[in-house]
Design a protein around this ligand. Sequence first.
Ligand code: GSH
Length: 225
Amino acid sequence: MAKAELKLLGTWSSPFVLRIKWALQMKGVEYDFIEEDIQNKSPLLLKYNPVHKKVPVLVHDGKSIAESLVILEYMDETWKENPILPEDPYQRAMARFWSKFGDEKCLPSIWRVFTAQGEKIGQALVSASENLMILEGELKGKKFFNGETLGFADISLGWIVNMVILLEEILQLKMIDEQRYPSLSAWMKNFSNFPGIKDSFPPQDRMLTKYRTLREALLATRGSN
Ligand SMILES: N[C@@H](CCC(=O)N[C@@H](CS)C(=O)NCC(=O)O)C(=O)O
């Protein structure tokens, strides 16, 4: 049987693309990475994700799948090795629940901190901290979201590790400390040291330069409006 053709359209710094890279790595699936410029979207991206025009897009034997959480589920059903979703239906629902909570509540609230200025930073921190405290409660007594095994919810929420480093370096604020968030801090370490995950984080200095520039550009646009 001919080897399946697998392409991932993405950008090196996208937290959504990273999820797919981590999962492909964990499953040991080979693929070609196509770096996109989201300021100047390629005809390939527009063809394969005409609805959202966003990365990541996975193209499997010519068929495209968009939306990172949908891609993760597709991958788990297609490549059965090292499953990322648990078998038990309730646990599967919980993995999806926490991933959705991450995307719909946590990420926007942390992004508001990142793009705030002056006293607005403190206000934004209140709601971001509340969301992080909910994750702290969920992780209590567990290594990963589903217990001992790293899976879907961990991969979906892995962006927290990067985002915390960026916030701490760029805004010079401590977002997650071991006293207030012992379980979340331990999870961040367990996650970022996990084989396959560890080696696929983008270089920190490159991330810092990219996100510093992005923040300045966002603040400048806001200021000129
Ligand atoms: N919900 C989407 C979000 C993807 C997303 O926002 N991707 C960004 C890069 S981090 C993008 O392609 N932005 C291009 C744009 O908004 O035009 C997913 O989970 O895949």
